[in-house]
Design a protein around this ligand. Sequence first.
Ligand code: 1DF
Ligand code: MN
Length: 348
Amino acid sequence: MNELKTGGAQGYLRIATEEAFITADVLNAYKRLIAAGVDDPGFVSLWGFYAGSPSARATSIVERLQDLDERRIGDMDAAGIDKAIIALTAPGTHVFAADEARGLTVDANDRLAAACGRHPARFVGMTAIAPQDAAWSAKEIERGHALGFKAVILNGHVRGEYTDAQKYWPIFEAAEALNTPVYLHPQGPSKGLIGPLLERGLDGAVFGFGVDTGLHLLRLIVMGLFDRFPKLKFIVGHGGEALPYWAYRLDYMHAAGLRSGRYYFLKPLALPISGYFKRNIYVTFSGMAWEPAIQFCKSTLGADRIMYAMDYPYQYQPEEVAARDAMAMPLEDKKAFFQGNAERVFGL
Ligand code: 1DF
Ligand code: MN
């Protein structure tokens, strides 16, 4: 295996688009929430592990999440990552009451902006929000944009509520107006969804994250989010959280459901469900270093809609970078995957 280097000798720079960090304050607030017995089993499963386990996986990830300087850049250098697009880790501040969430969110954004200022060639930030307060979040998206952030991180459901409720739509209105993409990132499944997943240890990144996030995005689509905001850009990780593979059946059965009047509350959409994947949605391959899945999305969505991500520090595997360098793909498409699409979609 060739040594991985930054600098683009392979014909493209590598931009990693779903990279995570945490502040000490958010980490401590997670610990307090768990100690207080919060009734959110997905959150308790996830952060009860990372903030509480003595395992090497948990301790090394929590250490790396908190570093926005030499350690992270050293890891990027060792894996040949030129640029990291960094966001507050899941579930962000979505789990807190609104006032606490606002304060932690501002501080996290300020710290990330300072880190991007220290390492402007290596780090790009996403704006964290507190969707509990959508009007405030719309303003924070504007502030983040002014700070130089290139996307908004939406860390999944909001204390069990999905963001297709109209009260959340000021967030999407602001993102569309600034032409800044919304990255819909997983967290533990909502309390209403998690039961049978948690029983078998399937609630986390192994499967439950994708179930919850794919469901969330589908809810937004069928509620007409992208008809209301036709220029809104969404990014979804992990190969599209399985939805591209489902596209045919989603289109067929959604149309059949509409035609038959089975669901009185569903309104017709301007496009089939898969149409939004070709107009509004971009897919990254965080945690999905698997060429057949990447080639499938390239052939069904297009070479201009798929992007590289590592999911640092949760899946820091330099050999996965090398495997994707080696994909059977024309250099032009590989460059789009690793670099060009991220530059265009995030507006770097
Ligand atoms: C995990 C995976 C955690 C991802 C994450 O954030 C995360 C994990 C809390 O393995 O527990 O972002 N991921 O995106 O796959
Ligand atoms: Mn992630």
